[in-house]
Design a protein around this ligand. Structure first.
Ligand code: AHG
Ligand code: MN
Ligand code: MN
Length: 323
């Protein structure tokens, strides 16, 4: 195979130098996280810090470490002005002269760290609204997904892959340990229009609205013509479930439910970046009624229901939710 294009080279010819600087710094941080993940059992980073984060969730040591690593690496890129993270209560100014702000889930799927299942980092980048020279504030981050300039994820699985879009389609870059760099391995990724996989925590079914239960029943009916029953696949890491669906097709659902009125997943650093990427790959993402990218954020850590993946399946789910 000829020499694959490096992530940094790809970005130089596909985006502006300031955005490339943020993305390269982020990727450098993901390299460190990948190394920690791959050696988790050998260093004292398994388990919890004993704290709970702003979400009221137990913080895994690797959540905390990943958050600190990404803040350090992004601070080193002068073009990144501000940082929002699942692990921080408020927004943080990194470089008052920066042009971009970034919302990050430093480590997605934390419950899977100890069992060696795929986990990841999710990120969404917008241009700041405050002026250069000022501190960033919440308004910089309360931007609809339609203003996203770059978004994607790193998946730490059987290999480490950065999958991202800067607005012209989706490309995947696999980490090569020998060269300690990311190389283009998945050019022009497109979400299969028809999917045969549905991905949700069926254990919560009794808490779902009847319309969602009816959609699940639809997925499990035997009907040769529409290749049903679909297969249920659920890793419990949004990054792992979405990466599989991006390659094989399918729908991922985390609906509102009796225990979680607006679902569990966070709008700014899980649902918007994953919806931006999915749309760039030709898929669809809604909260069951409206496009995720059209939702106006009003709180840093707000949650939303999400139905995301192959267009035919998201359309079908929305049909059930319309009743
Ligand atoms: P995080 O580890 O960043 O808190 O995210 C976990 C999320 C997401 O990755 C996954 O899809 C979902 O939690 C799984 O939730 P359940 O365990 O409730 O199914
Ligand atoms: Mn997450
Ligand atoms: Mn997380």
């Amino acid at each position: 195979m000829g020499k694959a294009v490096k992530l940094s080279e790809f970005l130089q010819s596909n985006t502006n130098i300031e955005l490339a600087s943020v993305l390269v710094s982020l990727a450098e941080g993901c390299k460190i996280i990948a190394r920690l993940v791959n050696n988790a059992g050998l260093s004292d980073i398994i388990g919890t810090t004993g704290d709970t984060n702003v979400q009221g969730e137990t913080v895994q040591k690797l959540d905390d470490l990943s958050n600190k690593i990404l803040m350090d690496y992004l601070r080193a890129s002068e073009t990144c002005a501000g940082y929002l993270s699942e692990e921080n209560e408020g927004v943080v100014t990194l470089n008052t002269g920066g042009k971009y702000i970034i919302s990050v889930d430093p480590l997605d799927g934390s419950s899977n760290i100890d069992v060696c299942a795929p986990i990841g980092t999710i990120f969404n980048i917008c241009e700041r609204l405050t002026k250069a020279g000022e501190e960033v504030n919440n308004d910089d981050f309360f931007q609809k997904g339609t203003t996203t300039k770059a978004g994607g994820y790193a998946i730490y699985g059987s290999s480490t892959i950065v999958v991202l879009s800067t607005g012209n389609g989706v490309n995947g870059f696999t980490y090569g340990a020998e060269e300690n760099d990311f190389f283009l391995s998945h050019p022009n990724m497109t979400m299969p229009e028809k999917g045969k996989i549905y991905s949700l925590n069926q254990g919560n079914a009794a808490k779902f609205d009847e319309s969602v239960q009816n959609f699940i029943a639809y997925c499990t009916v035997v009907d040769k013509e529409t290749s049903r029953p679909y297969s249920l696949r659920y890793i419990g890491s949004m990054v792992g479930d979405l990466h599989r669906n991006l390659i094989k097709g399918g729908i991922f659902v985390y609906p509102a439910n009796k225990g979680e009125k607006k679902g569990k997943l966070r709008l700014l650093y899980e649902c918007i970046p994953m919806s931006y990427l999915t749309e760039q790959a030709g898929g669809k993402a809604s909260d069951g009624h409206q496009r995720i990218l059209d939702i106006q954020p009003v709180e840093l850590h707000e949650r939303t229901a999400i139905f995301i993946g192959s267009k035919n399946l998201v359309d079908k789910a929305e049909e059930f939710l319309r009743g």
